[in-house]
Design a protein around this ligand. Structure first.
Ligand code: URA
Length: 234
């Protein structure tokens, strides 16, 4: 890894600022001053300092969280506490962000990462990444309305892409989408004269919400889950 990349990813300076600091002798590798920050080092073994402080190697991390109601899935929002605030303080400087947005009152699976490239790929409409939600409706839905939802429905600013709906009862079911428009499921329900009363994301890119996590709890993705998102990783 390049020295300037290590410094900028640790959030200490831009690459240009790091280069300036290095020219003035403020960057060392294993105790020796370095002027050329394009040099490659092993961030797991070599010790880099910036103005005398050891630079912490921030790796890419991939986390599953069970989002509680009342939290905003962004990094900074005046609308309320963010899911990032549910992480321990030391992790809040790692540049983690949620992969896609859930509404404040939607609960369930949120993937958090600091791998911007992977997030971008997983959210790209071209990748058709599947997300499944458990939903409850205010009133029973007819089979015609289910068919309308599955084929695609006009939600005002667009017609939704085909999706799958599997009802568990008259008012409860699972919906699997490959896109993520603003308030999409709520607007889809409204388009057929109904209303969502509960929404929980249960899968994302094949990763299933771990039910042993209480709302607000999180854990790192395990090996099998990492294998599912491997094609997207940077
Ligand atoms: N659709 C919605 O309406 N809300 C969400 O949070 C996610 C999908």
């Amino acid at each position: 890894m390049r020295i300037d990349k290590l410094i900028s990813e640790a959030g200490l300076a831009s690459r240009n600022e790091a280069a300036k600091a290095a020219r003035k002798g403020n960057v060392t590798v294993n105790g020796e001053e370095v002027k050329d920050l394009s040099r490659h080092i092993d961030p797991e073994k070599d010790v880099v300092t910036f103005f005398g402080e050891v630079v912490e190697y921030v790796k890419n991390v991939y986390i599953m969280m069970n989002k509680p109601e009342g939290y905003v899935s962004s990094t900074d929002d005046p609308a309320g506490p963010t899911v990032i605030e549910l992480l321990p303080e030391r992790m809040q400087a790692w540049g983690l962000f949620p992969c896609g947005r859930l509404d404040k009152n939607t609960v369930g699976l949120v993937l958090l990462t600091n791998d911007g490239i992977a997030a971008h790929r997983m959210l790209s409409p071209k990748k058709h990444v599947e997300k499944t939600y458990l939903f409850r409706l205010k009133k029973a839905i007819s089979s015609e309305d289910i068919e309308t939802l599955e084929k695609g429905v006009d939600i005002g600013d667009c017609v939704t892409k085909p999706c799958r709906v599997e009802m568990q009862s008259e008012c409860e079911g699972y919906i699997t989408l490959t896109e993520g428009k603003y308030h999409q499921i709520k607007r889809m329900a409204e388009a057929v004269g109904n209303k969502i009363t509960y929404l929980e994301r249960v899968t994302f890119a094949g990763i299933v919400l771990d039910r042993t996590l209480n709302r607000g709890e999180w854990r790192y993705l395990n090996e099998e889950e990492m294998a599912l998102i491997k094609p997207f990783l940077s």
